[in-house]
Structure formats: C-alpha cells, structure tokens
Design a protein around this ligand. Structure first.
Ligand SMILES: Nc1ncnc2c1ncn2[C@@H]1O[C@H](COP(=O)(O)OP(=O)(O)O)[C@@H](O)[C@H]1O
Ligand SMILES: [Mg+2]
Length: 240
C-alpha cells in the first residue's frame, strides 16, 4: 500500500492564536464584535452568529458566503490604500474575523454629540468615493458603519453586503441609503448630504476620472450624483 500523497487537511488546533480578548462592544442580530489585542495590537474580533430560524447547513452556507465576501473585498480595498481596516486573521469554520481596530468613533455618535465640522462630512464623501473609484459598492452605508478618527478621517467598515459593480444605479443607491439615514436620524445636521457630495466629487476633480478596475470603468462622480438626484425624485413621486 502506498502512503497517501497528501495528509488529510486538519485545522490547526491553535488557529487564531495571537488573539487576546477584551470586552464585547456590539451584539447585533448577525454578529458579535469584541475588542482585544492581536499580538499586542488593538484589534477587533467579529464572530458571525448562527441564525436560529434557518436550517443549519443553509445558515452556514450563507454565513460563509457573506464573510468571504467581506474578507475578499476588504483585503482588496486595503491593498489599494482605501480607508478600510486591515484584516489580520480569519477562521471561516468558526465564522471569525480579526481585524485592525480603527481608532475613532462611529459617525452616528459624532453627529449626535455635535463633534463634527464641514471637513468631517467632506471626508466621509471622499472615503465613499475611494470605494466607488475601486468599483466597489459598500451596500450598507449607515452612520454606524463609518468611523471618524481623531484626525477627522473617515473609515468604512462592515463590508458584508458590499459588491463589485459597474452599473450607475448601485452607486446612486449607495449614496441614497446614507441620505435617507441623515434625513431620518440626523435632521438637525444641516447640509450633511451636500457636504458629503462635495467631498465625493472633489476627489475626481483632484485625481481625474477613475482608472480601469478589474471589470471595467467605474462611473464618474458627477454621473453618480446625477443618478442620486434621479433616485430621490423617483422616491418622492412613487415612494420607492
Ligand atoms: N475595525 C473596527 N474598528 C473599530 N470599530 C469597529 C470595527 N469593526 C466593528 N467596529 C464596531 O463594532 C460595530 C459593529 O460592527 P459591524 O462590523 O458593523 O457589525 P454588524 O454587521 O453587526 O453591523 C460597529 O458599528 C463599530 O462600532
Ligand atoms: Mg454595522
């Protein structure tokens, strides 16, 4: 009998080593997020929780797909110097991601505590535009998923619903989600969307039209803003 060419793969017992857990900071419907250290650096561990009402196999499939999506796109963006956290370790079986902890506060808190200025909101627009120039839609642009650093820069987190996209509509919808959240949750913040759009467009003025991404050319900032205006009109007249 021949010895097997390859040993069967087993998960190393000490996978995800280097993690030293701190406290749970967020218990959402789909994820448990805690702070801690990864080899001594400030880190975040995100664990996808099973959804009780789904069949376990289907649940695992969906969880894996969403996590893989989040990991692939975040790493790709991070390699392109986009403002997203670095991913440091992953365990798909356990549904865990360890990533860089962005030093800062969620935009929702910054706005509620009135710690923002015009630059904060313009920088939010610039950061969104960096994703879009890389042909990636965030997919869930809430004020919880934008972290403002002490230097007033904006990082985008939580890319589980992000996608590669080459259609104008998806980019307009990405901005529209944020616009609706400003309207519903932060009506007292004046000109919030105008400032975001100013920053969004300014990046194309500074860097020129977007370069070719893997699947083609991402849309120009001005065209996305026009589409956003069309979406807003559509929603006003037809409710969605
Ligand atoms: N890399 C990170 N740096 C700093 N804070 C983070 C990071 N990742 C998550 N958080 C915090 O944890 C919260 C929940 O994480 P998130 O990835 O958005 O999970 P969910 O999918 O449940 O919304 C965020 O709103 C943010 O406050
Ligand atoms: Mg989130």
């Amino acid at each position: 009998m021949h010895a097997p060419l390859f040993e069967p793969y087993t998960t190393p017992v000490n996978s995800m080593r280097g993690w030293n857990g701190g406290e749970i900071i967020h218990l959402g419907a789909e994820a448990e997020v805690s702070t801690g250290k990864w080899y001594g650096r400030d880190a975040i561990q995100k664990i996808r929780k099973p959804r009780g009402w789904r069949h376990p196999d289907l649940d695992k499939q969906l969880t894996n797909r969403r996590m893989t999506n989040e990991i692939k796109l975040t790493i790709w963006l991070s390699n392109n110097d986009a403002p997203v956290p670095a991913i440091w370790d992953v365990d798909l079986d356990e549904g865990k991601i360890i990533m860089e902890q962005i030093d800062g506060k969620p935009l929702i808190q910054i706005l509620n505590e009135k710690q923002h200025d015009d630059i904060t909101l313009k920088n939010v627009g610039k950061s969104i535009r960096i994703l879009h120039r890389n042909a990636i839609n965030h997919g869930d642009l809430s004020t919880n998923n934008i972290i403002i650093t002490p230097q007033n820069n904006a990082y985008l987190i939580d890319l589980g619903l992000a996608s590669r996209d080459y259609e104008l509509e998806g980019y307009g919808v990405d901005l529209h989600v944020l616009h609706e959240i400003f309207r519903a949750s932060h009506p007292s913040v004046e000109n919030a969307m105008e400032l975001v759009l100013e920053g969004y467009v300014s990046l194309d003025n500074e860097l020129g039209d977007p370069e070719k991404a893997p699947g083609g050319y991402p849309p120009k900032a001005q065209d996305v803003v026009k589409r956003l205006e069309q979406i807003m009109t559509r929603v006003r007249y037809h409710g969605g």
